[in-house]
Design a protein around this ligand. Structure first.
Ligand SMILES: Nc1ncnc2c1ncn2[C@@H]1O[C@H](COP(=O)(O)OP(=O)(O)O)[C@@H](O)[C@H]1O
Ligand SMILES: CC(=O)OP(=O)(O)O
Ligand SMILES: [Mg+2]
Length: 404
């Protein structure tokens, strides 16, 4: 039997998203989500392609237990991890440092490197590691492949990747801009070029990945030339719970004057800042609802979010010189028409505008929302990190002697 199925695991700090795909025709056989891992009640949602979605709540204490729940759900549909049709398991790994520029078959050395990078991706790499270890224990015979969020950004020029600090100190501690959400920026920039009827090499695209974590990238001819996240996924845009850009002196001030420890500030900036810090909610749906009711702190949080986003659009416009499209993606980018409208409002001089009717359309398909006459296309392009990870994983193991 030829094996052509790939299971993709995208382990976040408190969630696991997964998809099982048949790569002979890129068909999705099942997908799902385990949320609120470690909380009192976790939630599991599992959708087989040929059956009813199943949802249940229960206590799932850690990522190991979450993955076992995923394996069980897949088994119930006859798609268990013991299937001989499974060719590989692909894992999203958030931080790959400078070393990993390509999808990589995981061995002990790769595991050790992912572990070494935990201090620069404390919310993500530990979850990614648990996902890998549990999957290895369930199927020790299968190739496990790491697809790194950082890989797509390794093409950035030094002028974009280097911080303006003492070079020796930076090099000693490997401090530079790595960038994240790379599989999404790669997938969306390519899909945007396709939507424009261009080859990726011909298109300059600003990608705005606005999920709970959020980042922008400038992509010239299919290669990343700048991105908003940095050494860690904390820099750049305002996010659900992360501050994004701020004066680094805020940290010394909080230490010296506020009496806070490094860990306390880390927690403040990563988990209690961004939208949730500004108004108590990190879900854009809730923020929009509160704004409709006249809530001032929700309005201010929204305005700060949009102000930062517009600054990055302007910055990357200048970085690229010529922009063919601005693409919105991820939970907020794909769904929040008010964010898209506000992000480009008043930028007609730059060739940017949205058409209200097109912007209001809800769809899972890539689509243009700018008026046909606009000089720069504005697009909504749903991301599919799992499909991209599966494609890269399968390309690596197919036809190699890894697959037996
Ligand atoms: N219909 C919607 N309108 C506005 N925002 C939405 C909508 N649906 C989802 N979102 C936003 O998308 C976010 C999640 O995005 P997602 O890309 O799934 O994030 P992540 O992968 O980081 O968990 C939610 O926190 C919410 O703010
Ligand atoms: C890198 C990152 O921020 O990822 P996520 O959006 O999944 O938190
Ligand atoms: Mg995401």
């Amino acid at each position: 039997m030829t094996s052509s199925r790939v299971l993709v695991l995208n382990s976040g700090s408190s969630s696991v998203k997964y998809q099982l795909l048949d790569m002979s025709d890129s068909r999705r056989l099942a997908q799902g989500l385990v949320e609120r891992i470690g909380e009192e009640t976790s939630r599991v949602k599992h959708s087989p392609a040929d059956g009813e979605t199943r949802e249940w709540s229960g206590a799932i204490s850690d990522h190991d237990a979450a993955l076992k729940a995923v394996a069980q759900e897949l088994s119930r549909d006859g798609l268990g991890l013991d299937s001989p049709e499974l060719a590989a398991i692909g894992h999203r790994v958030v931080h790959g440092g400078k070393h990993f520029t390509e999808p990589t078959v995981i061995d002990d050395t790769v595991l050790a490197e992912i572990e070494r990078l935990i201090p620069v991706a404390p919310l993500h790499n530990p979850a990614n590691l648990t996902g890998i270890r549990t999957a290895q224990a369930l199927r020790p015979d299968l190739p496990q492949v790491a697809v790194f969020d950082t890989a797509f950004h390794t093409t950035m020029p030094e002028s974009a990747a280097r911080y303006a600090i003492d070079v020796e100190t930076a090099d000693a501690h490997r401090i530079r801009r790595y960038g994240f959400h790379g599989t999404s920026h790669a997938y969306v920039s390519r899909a945007t070029a396709k939507l424009l009827g261009k080859a990726p090499e011909e298109a300059n695209v600003i990608v705005l990945h606005l999920g709970n974590g959020a980042s922008a990238s400038a992509v010239r001819g299919g290669r990343c030339v700048d991105t908003s996240m940095g050494l860690t996924p904390l820099e750049g845009l305002v996010m659900g719970t992360r501050s994004g850009d701020l004066d680094p002196a805020v940290i010394f001030h909080l230490m010296r004057v506020g009496g806070m420890s490094a860990d306390e500030i880390d927690n403040l900036l990563n988990k209690k800042s961004g939208l949730i810090g500004l108004c108590g909610d990190n879900d854009m749906r809730e923020i929009r609802r509160r704004i409709e009711e006249g809530d001032e702190s929700a309005q201010l949080a929204f305005d700060i979010y949009i102000h930062r986003l517009r600054k990055y659009i302007g910055a990357y416009y200048a970085v690229l010189g010529r922009v063919d499209a601005v693409a919105f993606t991820a939970g907020v980018g794909e769904n929040a028409s008010a964010v898209r409208e506000a992000a480009v409002a008043g930028l007609a001089e730059l060739g940017l505008a949205v058409d209200d009717e097109l912007n209001a359309v809800r769809s899972d398909e890539p689509r243009l929302i700018s008026p046909p006459s606009a000089r720069v296309a504005v697009a909504v392009v749903p991301t599919d990190e799992e499909l991209e990870i599966a494609t890269q994983t399968y390309a690596l193991v197919k036809g190699s002697d890894i697959l037996t």
